[in-house]
Design a protein around this ligand. Structure first.
Ligand SMILES: [Zn+2]
Ligand SMILES: [Zn+2]
Length: 398
């Protein structure tokens, strides 16, 4: 029968606490004592008021106080875990939608390519069909005429007296035309024979047929389609790096509310930042790096109008209109940057591309030069592009 108090071993729920391990100063059950992983070969004592009290005092003075702090810490951890999971969930839905939409579009493209290809094929088939019908008709016609003439003349050709027919035709009122029919048959025969004797003409006729073959590259498409979406795993938690160097310049890592040393020109904003107001970043900063995990929605004026170089990593919010200062000329979209940019300011003349899915709008084709790093997988058709070896350009120490 279960008692009023819980006397079961916290590690082995089916066993009662029976002794105390004096080495570890904890209550133990039979299983604890015997099991290799627990207290085997420790010194085990009976439970007495003395060792009971000893353990209680330790609990009261140390662990109980700490336990309260632990609960708060756990609460914070749970909040953070919820926050991260919510973002992961949001991203998951976004990813699923992206894949569904892309495949929907692909289905439409496939459908239209299939229809167009078949239509194209049918038009060639129709041409051949028409050629076939033309040849058949012509041969049928020829053969009809040839039969007509041969049947008509095969028994009588030696008995024809042209003079007599001619005179006869002239004499009869209403004009008899037997001589004209005769001439027609002569003419037809001449044409038929001429046609048969010119070998090439027959071949020319058949040359109007076009053999249609298809070159099938579907295997290539089928294989490449498997790689259209690569699923990548990376850490879901971000922390500010210890040190950021880009292009040889050391960046000051901004923290919420910190004082930016005078004369600072290069500033890095990391994932720890929760608050920025207009003026937090002084209008003397020339270069800014938005680091992986930067999770603040930038709006107009938060980044000052003195920034000319903007490096953007895998940040977690889109760049809405006017969030990029108008002063920016050099825009670096680093590995993992996958957000939208609503508007690229007109002063931007150079865009550096890492491994990003961001597509530069075609409207910028004349105004920007694109520097492509080895990690950039994009096809930049039409853009004025330069291959850029970015090795050693960025050194971020975590
Ligand atoms: Zn136990
Ligand atoms: Zn022990």
């Amino acid at each position: 029968m279960a008692g009023k108090f819980d006397n079961k071993c916290t590690l082995h729920n089916d066993y009662d606490y029976r002794f105390i391990c004096s080495d570890c100063r904890v209550p133990v059950c039979d299983y604890c004592i015997v099991s290799k992983n627990h207290h085997r070969s420790h010194s085990i004592d009976f439970i007495t008021s003395e060792n009971c009290n000893q353990i209680f005092q330790e609990f009261k003075n140390n662990n109980f106080q700490f336990l309260i702090k632990c609960l708060d810490g756990d609460k914070e951890l749970l909040n953070k875990s919820n926050e991260i999971f919510n973002e992961l969930e949001e991203e998951h839905i976004h990813n699923v939608n992206t894949i569904s939409n892309e495949f929907k579009q692909l289905h439409t493209i496939l459908d239209s390519v299939e229809k167009d290809t078949i239509k194209h094929l049918v038009s060639h088939y129709d041409e051949n069909k028409e050629t076939h019908s033309k040849i058949s008709k012509k041969l049928e016609n020829n053969s009809k005429n040839a039969h007509l003439i041969t049947n008509k003349y095969k028994d009588t050709i030696n008995n024809f007296n042209i003079q007599q027919i001619f005179n006869n035709d002239q004499n009869i009122k209403g004009n008899n035309h037997q001589h004209l029919e005769l001439l027609k048959h002569c003419h037809q025969s001449q044409m038929l024979v001429k046609e048969k004797n010119t070998e090439n003409k027959n071949i020319d006729l058949l040359n109007e047929f076009n053999k249609v073959t298809i070159e099938n590259s579907m295997d290539f498409v089928k294989n490449s389609i498997k790689d259209t979406f690569k699923i990548k795993l990376s850490s879901a938690t971000y922390k500010d790096p210890k040190r950021v160097k880009l292009g040889g310049g050391e960046y000051f890592i901004y923290k919420d509310g910190c004082v930016i040393p005078n004369g600072t020109l290069y500033l890095a904003l990391g994932p720890s930042i929760k608050n920025l107001t207009i003026g937090s970043i002084p209008a003397t900063i020339q270069r800014i790096a938005l680091l992986n995990g930067f999770n603040l929605q930038l709006t107009e004026g938060l980044l000052p109008n003195s920034v000319q170089w903007l490096h953007i990593g895998a940040i977690r919010k889109p760049l809405i209109k006017k969030s990029i200062p108008q002063s920016v000329s050099f825009l670096f979209l680093l590995d993992g940057f996958n957000q939208e940019i609503s508007e690229i300011p007109p002063n931007v003349t150079q865009i550096y591309l890492g491994d990003t899915s961001f597509k530069i709008p075609q409207t910028l084709i004349k105004s920007v030069r694109v520097y492509k790093t080895p990690s950039c997988k994009q096809d930049l058709n039409g853009f004025n592009e330069v291959l850029w070896n970015s090795n050693g350009y960025s050194q971020i120490e975590m």
